[in-house]
Design a protein around this ligand. Structure first.
Ligand SMILES: *Cc1c(COP(=O)(O)O)cnc(C)c1O
Length: 391
């Protein structure tokens, strides 16, 4: 297994063959200087990297503890960290001779990012999305179509991310020769969790360099939100070998972990298999995958990347759960305090910073990975707070 007792390739025969082909290709290109220089070229010139590391001065003074820096993944092209990963996988797909990208999406952000990469590289694109999320994220659906992608609305089960993954996998297995399955988080069968982490690790590498220049030292803690775990593993990875740096993942407690309406996989999950990997999974009393809930479509997933399950097991990283209400409070707080409207996913990480910063010393440094911008969430938050917006 790749990550302690977690990871693996738990997929049926035809899909295993395709996964092995991806594994072979990725291992071939992983350290290929030409592939890496092409990837970094697009990160720089197209995605707008490096993203800035911003000292949140008003927030720091208001909370009265650790010095807070925000890693501004919200400023990337398409407004989130997801572009890093889709550029890497689309470039790999091209090198494998594939002409079509297929993907699942929850919040719509990964779908938009995938459709963007497909347009950039002139590839065909098909996005599978739960019917519930299609309604919640109508503007992102329209964006994907604008970018030339075909959007499939999945009507199975809970009609959210889990079913969208199943549907995308099924289609992939019927067109393996032409199609590359582009996974949106650090999840799925090996090599996806490792590959997505490799494409996202630029976040932590940049944090280390930027903070090294500005403060001449390492941070004391790095905080990131956890859906499947890609922005978090990207922010954490460069610091895993630095034991003085606390790594803290903030997942979705929804309406509370004592209710059944949460997506707190790290805090409440048990060992299980989901989407081709062994990891922590939210299971019901019959050991079936339980329905999960979060106000945030991007954190609303019953599994988690196996590398996080391994980091929890080894004690290297810590994981906490943040409720909808805490996330909304943080969403409003960052908007007023810094003039930055965060994605509701990222607001879970901001909420954790608000919990812990006041108890830290002013000479300590806390970095929050601001995984994305919140324009997509404004309407839903307004509705949640009883203010229907007319447009
Ligand atoms: C998709 C998304 C997430 C959750 O995905 P991870 O793989 O856990 O990073 C978090 N923030 C934003 C802005 C997203 O779009």
């Amino acid at each position: 297994m790749e990550f302690g007792k977690y990871g693996g390739q738990f997929v049926p025969g035809p899909i295993l063959k395709a996964v092995k082909e991806v594994e072979e290709a990725y291992l071939k290109y992983r350290e290929d200087p030409d592939f890496l220089s092409e990837f970094h070229h697009y990160l720089r010139t197209y995605a707008n990297r490096p993203s800035s590391l911003y000292y949140a001065e008003r927030m720091t003074k208001d909370l009265g503890g650790a010095k807070i820096y925000l890693k501004r993944e919200d400023l990337n092209h398409t407004g989130a960290h997801k572009i890093n990963n889709v550029l890497g996988q689309a470039l790999l797909a091209k090198r494998m001779g594939k002409t079509k990208l297929i993907a699942e999406t929850g919040a719509g952000q990964h779908g938009v990012a995938t459709a963007t990469a497909a347009a950039l590289f002139g590839m065909e694109c098909e996005i599978h999305m739960g019917a519930v999320d299609v309604v919640k994220q109508a503007v992102n659906v329209y964006r994907m179509r604008l970018l030339g992608a075909k959007v499939i609305s999945v009507e199975e089960g809970q009609k959210t991310l889990k079913e969208a993954v199943d549907s995308a996998l099924m289609t992939w297995s019927s067109e393996l020769d032409t199609t590359f399955y582009l996974i949106g988080s650090a999840v799925g069968p090996h090599p996806y969790p490792m590959m997505v982490r490799d494409f996202q690790k630029v976040i932590g590498i940049e944090i280390k360099e930027q903070l090294g220049t500005m403060e001449k030292r390492l941070p004391d803690a790095v905080v990131a939100c956890i859906g499947g775990g890609s922005n978090a593993i990207g922010a954490f990875y460069a610091f895993i070998g630095d034991p003085s740096v606390r790594l803290i993942g903030a997942e979705a407690a929804g309406k509370g972990i004592e209710t059944k309406e949460h997506a707190a996989t790290m805090v409440c999950g048990r060992d299980g298999v989901i989407h081709g990997m062994k990891t922590l999974v939210v299971l019901d009393e019959h050991d079936e995958i339980a329905p999960v809930y979060s106000i945030s479509a991007g954190l609303d997933y019953p599994g988690v990347g196996p590398e996080h399950a391994g980091l929890k097991d080894s004690g290297r990283a810590e994981y906490v759960a943040i409720t909808d209400s805490e996330a909304i409070e943080a969403f409003r707080y960052l908007s007023r305090m810094e003039g930055i409207i965060p994605a509701i996913e990222s607001a879970h990480a901001i909420a954790q910073a608000m919990r812990m910063a006041p108890a830290m010393d002013p000479d300590q440094i806390l970095v929050v990975n601001l995984s994305g911008r919140g324009d997509k969430d404004v309407k839903q938050i307004a509705r949640f707070e009883g203010e229907a917006l007319v447009d």
